[in-house]
Design a protein around this ligand. Structure first.
Ligand SMILES: [Zn+2]
Length: 466
């Protein structure tokens, strides 16, 4: 059966204009898009017609940084695959990229087996892909990566410069890994913070009586993040590896990235050089961690929330470059029973907040108020992440692409509260925030999966591993 969306405003990374879209739910592909007469000419007489007058039609969001499942030493992230991927669809995102591996196992095959089991338990409601987390680079790691490459199952790697001993990769291992990544055209995503300075500062702060959430940011200051960016990009430049900086939070880290990005002789060393930030760094600042009664723990994540001046720098870099992607680092926890594990010691507060459902509604409302066009938002939140991670049929409105898209009524807003989120955590860090109204309808590979802000009743988990 075909679906013909008529009278929409089509938003792509390069244009925003009235038009129609025709897709086929048997193949899940877009058949025609653009000028109404040409699209109508391609439609079969029995095509289902949807009138989208007054609505914007955007490609389904692609969120390249999501933790749909994350077992940690003290406690696991709250959501499972079904909960996370349902939330994604309700927020207009049709593809997420998760990270196979949490550091508990350095073995990549074991991590993938664990993630496959997890998805098999609950199913996934949107499409998903995995970056391979690499914590060391020895002969066995190389063998496993080569096998995945040969099977066509590997496009990207994740490394942590921080979090010793569970996750952090050493500089010599990272250099060897980047050499391997360069030879095999793999994008390496890096969490950039200095692994030894953080525990040093944490322990100093704690010993001096700073035990609450407001000690978190001073324990991971911007210069620690900037050093990580510089070190990672130095190693990547030397090897000629494609490089992607995860979650830039500060003006200092942004400047470190821009030094490589904006210098032609350095930038030429990279087949790809990209960086992301997240809605929480744009909309929440460190003053939240000073809230009384331990409420600041609701805003603990890493790198930490920064200052309004950092937010200004990030907005500008999102609007004009050099930032390339807007993702979420979705990794939610309850306040009671999870965040409260660190009530007497900020070092034990689980790091992370949600965002996969809120990302597009927040940026569609706040982005234009900071000079972002709708096309720029589509570029940052769908088209460019899909291109970087090799998801060639995602993130665009073009014939032959997957018919993943959402219809938005941008004349209306919503107020985010704990009750408006679909995941079962006991708070949202965005309580009271204004956002674009939830998408009127969402389509995944040509199938209507969300209507009037709710998942279709009895919707099966249709998500596919990409
Ligand atoms: Zn993350």
């Amino acid at each position: 059966m075909q679906t013909l969306i008529r009278h929409a405003t089509l938003v792509t990374a390069t244009s925003c204009a009235p038009g129609d879209l025709l897709c086929d739910d048997a193949t899940g592909r877009i058949l025609a898009v653009g000028e109404p007469e040409a699209v109508a000419a391609a439609a079969s007489p029995d095509a289902r017609i949807v009138d989208a007058t007054g609505l914007h039609l955007l490609p389904g969001g692609v969120d390249p940084h999501v933790h749909a499942y994350l077992p940690l030493a003290l406690t696991d992230a709250k959501t499972d695959y079904a909960q996370c991927t349902r939330a994604a669809l309700l927020g207009g995102t049709t593809t997420i990229c998760d990270f196979a591996g949490s550091g508990a196992e350095a073995d990549i095959d074991a991590a993938y087996a664990r993630w496959e089991e997890t998805v098999a338990d609950t199913g996934a409601f949107c499409d998903y892909a995995w970056h391979a987390t690499v914590t060391r680079f020895d002969l066995e790691t190389r063998r496993q990566l080569e096998a995945r490459l040969a099977a066509g199952h590997l496009r990207s790697l994740k490394v942590y410069l921080a979090y010793k001993p569970a996750l952090a990769i050493s500089d010599p291992d990272l250099l060897a890994l980047l050499d391997f990544a360069a030879a095999n055209h793999l994008v390496t995503i890096a969490h950039c913070e200095h692994p030894d300075v953080i525990p040093y500062l944490q322990n100093h702060l704690f010993a001096s009586g700073c035990t609450g959430p407001d000690a978190h940011e001073p324990s991971r200051p911007p210069y620690v993040e900037a050093e990580g960016v510089t070190r990672f990009l130095t190693l990547a430049a030397a090897t000629g590896a494609p490089a992607y900086i995860a979650h830039i939070s500060s003006a200092a880290a942004l400047a470190a990235y821009a030094r490589f990005h904006d210098a032609p002789s350095l930038a030429a060393r990279f087949p790809l050089l990209a960086a992301e930030t997240m809605p929480h760094y744009l909309l929440l600042d460190d003053s939240r961690t000073h809230l009384p009664d331990f409420q600041g723990a609701k805003f603990i994540l890493s790198p930490p929330l920064r200052t309004p001046a950092d937010q200004d720098a990030l907005w500008q870099a999102l609007r004009d470059g050099p930032l390339t992607c807007l993702s979420t680092d979705h990794c939610p926890f309850d306040f009671d029973g999870q965040k409260t594990l660190g009530r007497d010691d900020f070092r034990r507060i689980p790091n992370g907040i949600q965002g996969v459902q809120e990302r597009l509604p927040l940026i569609l409302h706040h982005g234009p108020r900071h000079g972002l066009t709708l096309s720029r938002i589509v570029d940052l939140a769908a088209t460019t992440p899909a291109r970087i991670f090799g998801l060639s049929t995602k993130g665009r409105l073009a014939p032959g692409c997957d018919a993943d898209f959402a219809l938005w009524d941008l004349r209306h807003t919503q107020t985010l509260t704990q009750a408006t989120q679909s995941i079962p955590t006991d708070y949202t860090p965005y309580e009271g925030f204004t956002a674009a109204a939830p998408p009127v309808a969402v389509y995944l590979r040509g199938r209507n999966v969300v209507q009037s802000g709710a998942l279709l009743p009895d919707l099966p988990p249709l998500g596919q591993l990409l």
